[in-house]
Design a binder for this molecule. Structure first.
Ligand code: PXG
Length: 472
């Protein structure tokens, strides 16, 4: 049962196994013992860890009792919002019935079997089968192994190279980070591994030529894939992978002409099309899956995050019957994780999907809160520090720029975004800053009133940033 929050209380007991203590003590212990992803430990030590002790609906509660609107739904994942007792109960009931059993060899627990069926029903095109894992990174690693095996079994063992995009985020394992398009990530672990290539994304604001429309940039980005395939030889290219909307890379929304063109190029060159739906899956864009929003039917899909609303770690690789049939010809598949198809995570995923259907969550994003959110955040376009507002459904980003006409980026990139993130937090809302883009991916249960609150705080935080820069 979630505990009631007591705003203002200085000393917190978040769980039965942590002693009550104050923020400074948590921060001190954290600094001495805990390695955090994606933050300079010196900055963390200087500024102190934000200790989040509870949450309810769309709001977080920190160890000082402050309530903060979570415009990020955790990390793009808490789609049903916080404090959903139905999900906690589904986990509890399954833990009592069967807390663990595996899916290796001939076994499988009922929730995992049922989830595979539900996913086949929910997904677009001919997707029929699911391979389960626990994180988006593991699922994308799985993609690399399965796709390479697919081409071996098809008698085309030279088809091994993956083409992905600059600013793509596909995870942090060796293969997932190789798929990703971030130099800073490649620098850790000597990546990309051999066999991973990158082309430009349809990112008009930063990569579009001065005289180009977003559609023209989209068409040029699609041609970049065609050129890369020609350069490598289609007989060496295994798959193209992309997020329907690039998420962590700055919420880069493609123009409508981009994805159909990418699909055409993949089909014509006999290259598998893989959609990483880790963020765009489960209603984020106003459809169940981003590929539906953009009118394409991938051969394989990666899902994670919103599958369980982040309540437990679970991910999957989904594939068409045609892909499954080829893989089946290979006999034993020597690939799997101890927690593949974990029954408790599967029970939570099933309950999450049931609740989403029962409450009409995806329809509400499509027809009501999504369009409302898009209209309201676009009001920020009038701000002198805002270069462009992008988004679809309940995914949005604000690209900060000195000059929206020339689309001038800040130099060095990243400081203004980080500053803005701090100001937004001070206003009481968490965004995600990437370069000089602040991104939002709120719980899909967010109300119109909370969207108003979000936009008011966003404007105030951007105002503060502009004043620091002498732009207001
Ligand atoms: N694909 C996509 C599209 C993602 O956004 C992953 C794969 C990897 O999932 P796991 O579960 O292995 O993390 C992601 C994850 C950020 C941030 O800073 C984004 C993600 C994860 C952590 C931080 O915006 N996306």
């Amino acid at each position: 049962m979630p505990r009631p929050h007591q705003p203002g209380r200085q000393s917190v007991t978040p769980t039965a196994n942590t002693a009550p203590t104050d923020t400074a003590t948590w921060q001190d212990i954290d600094r001495r013992h805990h390695v955090h992803p994606f933050i300079d430990p010196r900055i963390l030590a200087e500024k102190g860890t934000r200790v989040i002790v509870g949450a309810d609906g769309r709001h977080l509660v920190d160890s000082d009792g402050r309530r903060i609107l979570d415009a990020m739904g955790g990390l793009w994942c808490v789609n049903l919002g916080y404090g959903r007792e139905e999900l906690a109960r589904a986990a509890y009931d399954q833990m009592v019935a069967l807390p663990y059993y595996n899916t290796f060899f001939r076994s499988a627990p009922p929730p995992t079997i049922e989830l595979a069926r539900v996913l086949a029903d929910l997904t677009p095109g001919d997707i029929t089968h699911a391979f389960f894992s626990s994180s988006g990174s593991e699922a994308n690693d799985t993609i690399v192994r399965l796709v390479r095996r697919y081409w071996d079994l098809k008698g085309q063992p030279a088809k091994k190279t993956f083409i992905s995009r600059t600013y793509a985020y596909h995870g942090s394992t060796m293969a997932a980070a190789s798929l990703g398009g971030f130099e800073a990530m490649h620098a850790v672990g000597d990546l990309p591994l051999p066999g991973f290539e990158h082309v430009m994304p349809p990112y008009w604001f930063a990569m579009g030529r001065a005289d180009e429309t977003p559609e023209e940039t989209g068409a040029r980005a699609a041609r970049a894939l065609e050129k890369k395939i020609a350069e490598l030889g289609a007989d060496r290219v295994a798959a193209f992978i992309g997020e329907p909307v690039i998420g962590a890379g700055g919420v880069i929304v493609p123009p409508d002409n981009y994805w159909p063109e990418i699909q055409r190029i993949c089909r014509e060159n006999d290259i598998l099309l893989v959609c990483d739906e880790v963020i765009t899956g489960f209603g984020r864009t106003g459809e169940w899956f981003g590929s539906q929003k953009f009118g394409i039917e991938p051969d394989l899909m990666t899902i994670a995050k919103g599958l369980t609303s982040g309540y437990l770690p679970m991910s999957a690789v989904l594939m068409t019957g045609a892909v499954f049939d080829v893989l089946s010809e290979g006999g034993v598949l020597p690939h799997g994780y101890t927690y593949s198809g974990h029954p408790v995570a599967a029970a939570v995923a099933l309950e999450n999907i049931r609740l989403m259907k029962e409450e009409g969550v995806v329809e509400r994003v499509k027809e009501d809160t999504g369009p409302y959110f898009q209209a309201r955040i676009r009001e920020l376009n009038d701000h002198p520090l805002v270069g462009e507002v992008r988004g679809v459904g309940l995914l949005g980003s604000i690209e900060l720029s000195r000059n929206k006409t020339t689309r001038e980026l800040f130099d060095p990139v990243g400081q203004v975004g980080a500053l803005c993130h701090e100001h937004l937090y001070a206003e009481g809302v968490v965004f995600r800053a990437m370069r000089d883009v602040v991104c939002a991916s709120p719980p899909l249960t967010i109300t119109r009133a909370e969207i108003d609150e979000l936009v008011t705080m966003a404007r105030a935080g951007i105002d503060r940033t502009a004043r620091d820069l002498g732009m207001m």
